[in-house]
Design a protein around this ligand. Structure first.
Ligand code: FES
Length: 106
């Protein structure tokens, strides 16, 4: 699938042919997308993989679960209604073309 990250500095990084089954955080970290740290390794505990899902993708991505909402509280100053922790977004065919904006670091 195709995935686009918009970094906080405005630079866009698009990756084609990304395998499904991995998280968006893994894709970002592996490809050195600025601002995607994934310090906790994807266990929804660090909030260093915070992104904003662009409006047209929000429905397909779906809402955060309670654990993710609790972890997002760590970045409450930067929280928006479209905030997600991208380690909790598993890539699947329906997300082909997804576009997310990387949240600034605290
Ligand atoms: Fe730590 Fe996503 S990688 S919360």
């Amino acid at each position: 699938v195709k995935v686009t990250f918009v970094q906080a500095d405005g630079v866009e990084k698009t990756f084609d042919d990304v395998a499904t089954g991995q998280s968006l955080m893994e894709v970002g970290r592996f490809n050195n997308v600025e601002g995607i740290m994934g310090d906790c390794g994807g266990s929804c505990a660090c909030a260093t993989c915070h992104v904003y899902v662009t409006p047209e993708w929000q429905a397909a991505v779906g809402p955060a679960d309670d654990i993710e909402v609790a972890t997002l509280d760590m970045v409450s100053d930067l929280f928006k209604s479209n905030s997600r922790l991208c380690c909790q977004i598993q890539l699947r065919e329906e997300l082909n073309g997804i576009r997310v904006v990387v949240a600034p670091s605290l």
